[in-house]
Design a protein around this ligand. Structure first.
Ligand code: NAD
Length: 411
């Protein structure tokens, strides 16, 4: 099944149980706009290579579109549309004044030199410039993009528009108007969501264990902040494999090891296991923080975690969800659990609009409060409607979208 159609399955369940106005449902089913661009880049060897990129704006009902830009060889228009749809729902669940957007380029950035990467980034910016902006569509980092790439986009966009408008992009370096606390924000939100889930399940975090799939931005901060909270992280992984230590891994030390060697594999004192084995560990929390479609009908039965807390977007397929429901595993869905990143991106935007910056403590305090509130809203809907947390999150999102649609006269 096409990933966009698959992504809409839990939303359709929410629409059914909450009896959402079918006109609102019809509008939400398709993105407002999706742009495909061709970006020619003069490579270091003198040849010209043409890359394909996208920017999708799923909804601007609640505010400007908001969402990251992904560089990956598997990017497709369907994937970008799906990610934009999830951003709409995520922003609505988090209570942010944003719609959803997402961008991507089909490229393996590891195969480009730094100069080629900068040229590709600037070319892509030129092509999407007509539809982005501080009050239109605000990009951010996603897989394989970072503060350096945001800096090139800001520089290019400033040249095109002739003005300095740092709020049109988030995830920037601090010296470019970035927010303190942004780098760790998505992982921090995953940990806050997991702790809230433990609370409702009466689990003491000091007795809890965790396995984290993916050790990039989201996964590494999830691991580190779990360690800070006294949760024993027994396994982490990356694209090269997984490592396991039943006594617990010091994720800060693993982070230093990755910075030196490029992988978690080989971390002193750990045992190498496969990614499949990591997903099947008997832990309190499994946090998939790598990419979509990792927990499927083929491996869901093997999962023994009590809580699956989704740092990645779309790591669980609908048939895996059914298995988890049957097994009584609580899934804290992506559109709730990984909303911490966009929440602090929102804080960055607010700080940019005001040109007034907050301390890291202030950012963390505000983020934690918003995450806990979002968790409570979703948990209460799950109880009210007798549905799982994913369907409940879509009920919260659809409720937030439908009323403004009605008042605007769209439905
Ligand atoms: P990243 O590129 O920094 O890290 C991805 C990590 O996953 C890397 O360690 C990579 O080696 C690993 N990985 C990839 N495929 C894997 C596999 N099959 N098995 C195990 N590990 C694998 O990306 P990121 O920014 O951390 O994003 C990860 C996920 O979180 C994506 O789904 C992204 O859309 C989502 N997300 C990111 C943010 C953010 O703020 N960065 C916010 C919300 C959601």
């Amino acid at each position: 099944m096409n990933i966009f159609e698959m992504a809409k399955i839990p939303m359709n369940k929410a629409i059914e149980v909450m009896h959402l106005d079918p006109n609102a449902a019809a509008i939400i089913a398709s993105p407002e706009r999706t742009l495909e661009v061709s970006v020619p880049v003069k490579m270091d060897d003198g040849t010209v290579k043409v890359f394909t990129g996208y920017r999708s704006q799923h909804s601007t009902v609640l505010g400007p579109a908001k969402g990251g830009i992904r560089y990956h060889q598997n990017v497709s228009m369907d994937e970008v549309k799906t990610l934009a749809f999830w951003m709409t729902c995520k922003c609505a669940v988090a209570g942010l004044p944003y719609g959803g957007g997402k961008g991507g380029i089909i490229v393996d950035p590891a195969k480009l030199s730094k100069r080629e990467l900068e040229a590709l980034t600037r070319g892509y910016t030129d092509k999407i410039a007509p539809i982005i902006g501080e009050k239109r569509d605000i990009p951010a980092p996603d897989m394989n993009t970072n503060a350096q790439i945001m800096g090139w986009i800001l520089d290019e966009y400033s040249k095109l528009t002739g003005q300095y408008e740092p709020g049109f992009i988030t995830g920037k370096a601090i010296c470019m108007g970035g927010s303190l606390g942004r780098t760790a924000a998505t992982g921090r939100g995953v940990v806050v969501a997991a702790l809230e889930a433990m609370k409702v399940k009466n689990i003491d975090p000091h007795t809890a264990t965790a396995a984290v799939q993916g050790f990039g931005n989201v996964g590494s901060w999830t691991g580190k902040l779990f360690c800070d909270e006294g949760v024993k992280v027994v396994a982490v992984s990356d694209v090269y494999g997984a490592i396991y230590n039943p006594e617990g891994l010091d994720c800060y030390a693993v982070g230093d090891f990755v910075a030196e060697t490029g992988s978690v594999v080989g971390f002193p004192g750990s045992q190498k296991i496969s990614n499949a084995e990591l997903l099947a560990l008997d832990v309190t929390v499994l946090a998939p923080c790598a990419m979509e479609l990792q927990l499927t009908k083929d491996n869901a039965d093997a999962v023994r975690a009590k809580i699956v807390c989704e740092g990645a977007n779309g790591p669980t397929t609908p048939d895996a969800d059914e298995v988890f429901d049957k097994k009584g595993i609580m899934v804290v869905p992506d559109i709730l659990a990984n909303g911490g990143g966009v929440t602090v991106s929102y804080f960055e935007w607010v700080q940019n609009l005001y040109r007034y910056f907050w301390s890291e403590e202030e950012v963390i305090e505000k983020q934690n409060a918003m995450m806990r509130k979002a968790f409570k809203n979703v948990y209460n809907k799950a109880e009210e409607f007798g549905v799982n947390m994913r369907v409940a999150a879509y009920i919260v999102a659809m409720n937030s979208l439908a009323e403004p649609m009605r008042i605007r006269g769209m439905i």
